[in-house]
Each structure stands twice: as C-alpha cells, then as structure tokens.
Write a protein that binds this ligand. Structure first.
Ligand code: F6P
Length: 334
C-alpha cells in the first residue's frame, strides 16, 4: 500500500523522460482530474441530490439533454477556463469553440471533451464517463476553429474517466495506456492498471443490433459470420455485448479484448454515423492504438482523418487488431 503511485506522481515521472513536455501539462491534467472527481461525486450521489432526469432542453446535436449533461459541462468549463493552461476549449454540448474569458491568461493547449458520455444510461444507474483530448495550440494566438481541427494523430494526450462500480481514469500521452482507480478515502487516482494492452484475438463483439437493416454489406457480412459461430467460416462461437456507453465498451475491450462497431448506417442520411470524431472517436482511437488495438471507420484509420467540423460524426470500428483488420478487409473487398 505504501508504494502506491498517484496519477500526479506518475505524470511528473513520465514528464521527466519526455523532452518538450512542460510542467504545465501536469497542471492541466490535474485541472481535469479535479473536475472529474467533482463529476464522480455528483454521479455517485444521483437522486439524493436531485441531479438525475431530463433537463428538457436539446444540445447542439438536437439530443435531449440530461440535467447532468449541463451540470458536468459547466464543471469542466469552470475547472479549466481560469487556470492559464488552455487557450481554448470545445465541448460536445456546446456549438462553437469556448473562449477563455479575457481576464485570464492563456496557455499552450486546447482541451476538447464530452463531459458525460453515455448519459442516456444515467437514469438506469449504468456506467457513464467523461472523455477528453488535449491538443497543442500556437502560442499567443486567440484560437480559431481551424486550430481545433487537428488530426487525431496530433493529440498530446487522451483519456476518459469511467463512473462505474469504481471511478477510473484511463490515460495515454502516446507512451502506452495506464489505468488509475479513484481511492475515495484519500481523493487520489492510484495507478492500478499499468500498461494496458488489448489481446489480439477475441470472440466478443459489440454492436447495436437494432440497426442491422441499415448497415452496409461489409458489416452485415462480419456480424453474420460471427453469429454463425462454430458452424460458420470463423469456426468459433462469439459472445455479444452492448452497454450503450462508449467508455464502458472501450474499457471492456482494454481489459479482455473484443471489437466495437458503430458503423456507417442509412437510418438518417443527414447523420450517416453516430459517434463524434473530436469528442469520442479520436480520443478513444488514440487510447486503443496505444494499447495495441486498432481504430478505423472501416475504410480509413480514424487518427488520420482531417476533421471538417467540431461536431463531425464518423463510423467507428475499434478493438482487437486482428478483428478490426478483418473488417477493413471486408470493406476493401466490397
Ligand atoms: O454517443 C453517445 C453514446 O451513448 C455512446 O456512448 C454509445 O456508444 C452510443 O451512443 C450508444 O448508442 P445507441 O443509443 O445507438 O445504443
């Protein structure tokens, strides 16, 4: 117990070995940690403090907001806008980029976040999370939209906090993936899952089967072959999971392998995919690749995409490398 490494210690030690990473980055990460501890507390208190339920408003995506969507968005903004570590922010809940108020100094990073991912799960007491991505920003500039539209491969850091049976933070700075569990007694994240790696082979897939009729042929083929089990071309039985909370699905895949698909679909031609590039696909893609997995649209590597908008949606196929590669092959063969 005496040798337990806190997240702050871990980051400072990692930083010493990385030329070009300054102490500001550690401070920024601590700002995010503080916000996420507050969110963890609220999620955990739930109906005792009246934070569950709908806010009866819509976000920029036209989705009905939960009260906690709004509260957690405010927590993130208020924890990050005054510290001098950022020159701007973007949130899944906010239409435009979020500027740093004029009275505060600006830093050299940009933060993008989904304050409460999977929030449709909040009222049924299932796991939700906060996802974040940190980018560099040209120093001394007032960032414009274009400064935010960087490829996923340019991320300095990505992470998510999982509010589940335990509160956990999963983090990468481009040197592997590490998991930290919040010790509620001392209020610190402790390194509990060093060097997380995704098994290459898997027998588990996650997809929202209710959309099957809208999928393209390569995804139909892949899932059909999984469902045929031992009798089919894969020669083995598959298990299926769908939590409807990206952070929970990604955490499961980091722990025991598997593949997750939210593919291109034809339900609504205006929204041919569901997940957001900047707030979901890029950060989890960075984490998944750093853990030895792969992340693709089915046709392109997610981290290679040049973003066209803050709220752009993309198809996502992620998880164990061999399965993602197989799905990409099926798309090529189509
Ligand atoms: O984008 C929000 C999100 O809740 C993800 O966390 C999750 O993977 C997905 O949507 C669930 O989608 P559906 O509502 O189709 O099950």
């Amino acid at each position: 117990m005496a040798n337990r490494i806190t997240l702050t210690q871990f980051i400072i030690e990692q930083q010493r070995e990385l030329p070009g990473v300054s102490g500001t980055f550690t401070l920024l990460l601590n700002d995010i940690v503080t916000a996420c501890k507050k969110i963890s507390h609220l999620v955990n208190r739930g109906d005792l403090i009246g934070v569950l339920g709908s806010a009866e408003s819509e976000n920029v995506q036209g989705e009905v907001q939960k009260k906690l969507d709004i509260i957690t968005n405010d927590i993130m903004i208020n924890a990050l806008n005054w510290t001098g570590h950022l020159s701007g922010m973007a949130s899944e809940e906010v239409d435009d980029i979020i500027k740093i108020p004029g009275q505060y100094p600006k830093g050299k990073y940009l933060a993008l976040f989904d304050p409460l991912d999977g929030s449709s799960n909040i009222d049924v007491n299932l796991t939700v999370g906060t996802i974040f991505s940190i980018l560099r920003c040209r120093e001394g500039v007032d960032p414009t939209l274009e400064d935010f539209l960087q490829k996923g491969s340019d991320q300095v850091c990505a992470g998510f906090v999982l509010y589940g049976p335990s509160t956990m933070m999963v983090l990468t700075t481009g040197h592997g993936v590490n998991g930290f569990t919040l010790d509620q007694d001392i209020g610190e994240f402790i390194l509990t899952h060093p060097n997380m790696t995704i098994p290459n082979e898997t027998c588990e897939f996650a997809i929202n089967m209710s959309n099957q009729r809208y999928w393209e042929a390569p995804v139909q083929r892949y899932i059909d072959e999984c469902l045929q089990g031992e009798e089919g071309p894969r020669g083995k039985n598959f298990n299926m999971r769908w939590v409807a909370s990206l952070v929970a699905e990604v955490y499961r895949i980091l722990t025991r392998g598997g593949v997750f698909l939210y593919p291109f679909d034809l339900r609504d031609p205006a929204k041919p995919a569901k997940l957001r590039l900047m707030y979901e696909a890029n950060p989890v893609g960075f984490i998944i690749e750093q853990a030895g997995g792969a992340c693709s649209t089915g046709r392109e590597r997610i981290l290679d995409l040049k973003p066209t908008g803050l709220h752009q949606r993309v198809p996502v196929v992620l998880g164990s490398k061999s399965e993602v590669e197989r799905i990409v092959e099926y798309h090529k063969a189509d």
